[in-house]
Design a binder for this molecule. Structure first.
Ligand code: KG4
Ligand code: ZN
Length: 348
């Protein structure tokens, strides 16, 4: 017997309908239904399409997760759900479903912050989070550096993107190169046989002047424009572009800035552990560069496996279990979905 809480987590902030079930730090089920293919021809996520897909996928995904975990829903101790930030209509489907489930089972509900959940998920793989740690969350919707002292209480933002998110830059550059959506994994793959120093693309917000105001912030829109210009110039000159070299040089520029700023942020606060999460954390070059540069500074790096980095229900369940274990107060049943829930609010 165990007194670790059994928690079901629901994630619908973007295009993944995720349902995860954990017991404490043990992952029992992580079921994801994605509508990504329905968005591919638009080159980005269409909110209405995502909301409808969540509605259709919710009940079967919950049933599949319970089956995989080998539990009855009535065994659950609490329900956790992403209440924000994210797409408003998509979040509403998850929050309404979680309320129905919690009310039906007579169990508490925790409306949790999506970013804090990206941090908490690492516990399922590597055990208790080092506290404090510096979290770098990089995905299609966010690029933030956060100081985490207690993931159940509050997370302090140190910096974020001032324009495009890191994943968005990968997706837009992939589109320019004629690679499918979402572009990150395709760029990652193309870059493996490319030359990362073939083209010297700009590193946003790294000049001395920019660092004064934006030491821990990111900017990727200038980089995206630089890639577009470079490709255009080559094409106008009738030169066939080497997609592998462009992908590798672009990826190098993104990873260089991300790792440099993350390590600077950690060092500035005397933090010895960096945790990377979000879809872009699946990037092979980012993982290798972070590991190499951090090790040189005596900093440890934790990155969950790729399936836990992208949006999923397990991350929400993981945070939920931590909230239960640390005795945090649940949300009220009139819990709203908040598309711009601040990172400082872990439980809505
Ligand atoms: O966390 P996630 O699944 O959803 C959001 O919250 O956005 O992240 C998806 C993003 C996409 O932009 C995708 O291109 C990017 O993560 N991504 C990658 C890789 N795998 C996914 N970017 C770079 N390299 C990868 N291997
Ligand atoms: Zn995410």
């Amino acid at each position: 017997m165990t007194d670790e809480p059994l928690v079901l987590g629901i994630e619908t902030s973007c295009d993944e309908t995720g349902v995860g079930i954990v017991r404490g730090h043990t992952l029992l089920a992580d079921t994801v239904a994605s509508s990504v293919e329905e968005h591919a021809r638009f080159g980005g996520v269409v909110p209405e399409v995502a909301s409808r897909a969540h509605l259709e996928a919710m009940v079967p995904t919950i049933e599949r997760a319970a089956q995989t975990a080998g539990i009855a829903l009535s065994d659950i101790d609490a329900v956790a759900v992403t209440s924000g930030p994210g797409l408003a209509g998509a979040l509403l489907v998850g929050v309404a479903s979680a309320k129905a489930l919690a009310l039906g089972l007579g169990k508490p509900i925790y409306g949790v912050n999506h970013l804090a959940a990206h941090v908490a998920v690492d516990q399922l793989e590597h055990g208790p989070l080092p506290e404090p740690c510096l979290a770098m969350l990089v995905s299609g919707g966010h690029s933030s550096l956060l100081e985490v002292t207690d993931v159940t209480v509050g997370v302090e933002p140190m910096g974020s993107t001032i324009d495009d998110a890191a994943g968005e830059a990968f997706d837009k550059v992939a589109r320019l190169l004629g690679l499918p959506f979402p572009g990150g994994p395709h760029i990652d793959r193309a870059a493996r046989s490319g030359n990362s120093v073939a083209i010297d693309f700009p590193r946003g917000l790294t000049s001395r002047r920019d660092l004064e105001r934006h030491r821990f912030d990111f900017s990727f829109s200038g980089l995206k424009t630089a890639v577009a210009r470079w490709v255009e110039t080559q094409q106008r000159a009738g030169v066939t572009i080497d997609v592998h070299d462009v992908a590798a040089s672009f990826q190098e520029a993104v990873c260089d800035v991300l790792t440099r700023k993350a390590i600077d942020a950690a060092t500035s606060r005397g933090i010895e552990d960096i945790l990377i999460g979000g879809g872009v954390a699946a990037n092979s070059r980012l993982r290798a560069m972070a590991e190499e540069r951090a090790t040189a500074k005596g900093i440890r790096v934790r990155v969950p496996r790729p399936g836990l980095c992208t949006d999923n229900g397990a991350m929400v369940a993981a945070l939920g279990a931590e909230l239960v274990q640390r005795g945090r107060t649940p949300s009220l049943l009139d819990l709203p979905a908040d598309s711009s829930q601040p990172i400082t609010t872990v439980v809505a």
